[in-house]
Every structure is written in structure tokens, then in C-alpha cells.
Design a protein around this ligand. Sequence first.
Ligand code: GLN
Length: 193
Amino acid sequence: MIGVLALQGDYSKHIEILQMLNFKTMEIRYPKELSLIEGLVIPGGESTTISDLMARSNFHSPIKTFAKKKPILGTCAGLIMMSKNLSDDRIKSLDILDISVDRNAYGRQIDSFIDQIEVSLNGKQNNVLAPFIRAPKINKVGKNVKILSYYKNEPVVVKQGHHLGLAFHPELVNTTLFHKYIFSEQFEISHAT
Ligand code: GLN
């Protein structure tokens, strides 16, 4: 079973994508529910709000413990939450990906855009549509972080260990590729459990 952190943001779209892949799914609202799942999605939304709500429910330390053994996929605000450093001290990030990010680095809502990116997964090149919505820029990556895709010279897909971070929103264009890659192909989570 894969959980989606359901405090704020577009978590229901991620549930749909996981269901398209035939995973069992669960909306996660309390830290104790992490014990029921084998993988977690931290969705996009508003990272200041997600950070506040996470702090209120004491989610930080249980998610960090979860991350030691189990995979996490973060998209946009989810990627911001997974980062080590960021340019906004209102947000308490999780330090799961050794990256630094700049929030809203492509501009305001009106500057959001959708474009084609190329990403190489398991040695295979894929062309996917990537909606960037008030997206963060990854401005620094640590030596254990693999960059799987760039958009205009900026890293937009990063992997460290069994975790994947995306600066954009694949779920909004029904792209199942990244969820499949991290949960089925890298981690081999069974559909039956
Ligand atoms: N700009 C948002 C933030 O900083 C992220 C936007 C998104 O998740 N689409 O939290």
C-alpha cells in the first residue's frame, strides 16, 4: 500500500495516479498511519502550509524514520519539503534529499508553464510533459544525488537512494511513469499488499 500525505495540496490526484497503477492507496493524516504503508508521496501545494501542518501533527521525525527504509516521492512543494536547505526559514524541511532549493524561482502563478522534458529512467529515454506551477529551482545538489533530468540547464528530477524529487507536477497530466519507477521498478512494492 502507498500513502499520500493528505494535509494540503493536490493529494487526491496522486491517489488517482497510484490507482491507475493498481496500487492500494491511503490518505495519510496522522504519523501513526505511516506504519501501514510501504511508500509515501508528498504532494505539491503550498510548502509553508504543509510545513506548519506537519509540525502541528509532529510528522517530521516519523517521516525521517520512515525514509530510512522506505521510498518517498515528492513533487514541487513535496520536493521543497524533502530538501536539506531552502531560501525560506518559515519552512522546516525534512533533509531527505541533499539539495538546496529556491521557492517560486520561476516567478508567480501567472508564470507557470508546461513543457516537454526528457528523462532517463532505467537506461530508457522518456519524453514527458511537465507542468511547472510556481515551481522551485534546485540550486545545489550533494554528491549522492543523481540528476535524472534537466530543464534549461536546471535539475528538475533528482534521485537519492530510494527517494525521488520532481520540481513539477506529473500527476496533473496523468503521467504514471515516476510513481511506477520509484514504487514498482526501484522498490518493487507489491500491488497485492
Ligand atoms: N510555490 C509552492 C511552494 O513554495 C509550490 C508550488 C507547487 O507545489 N505547485 O510551496
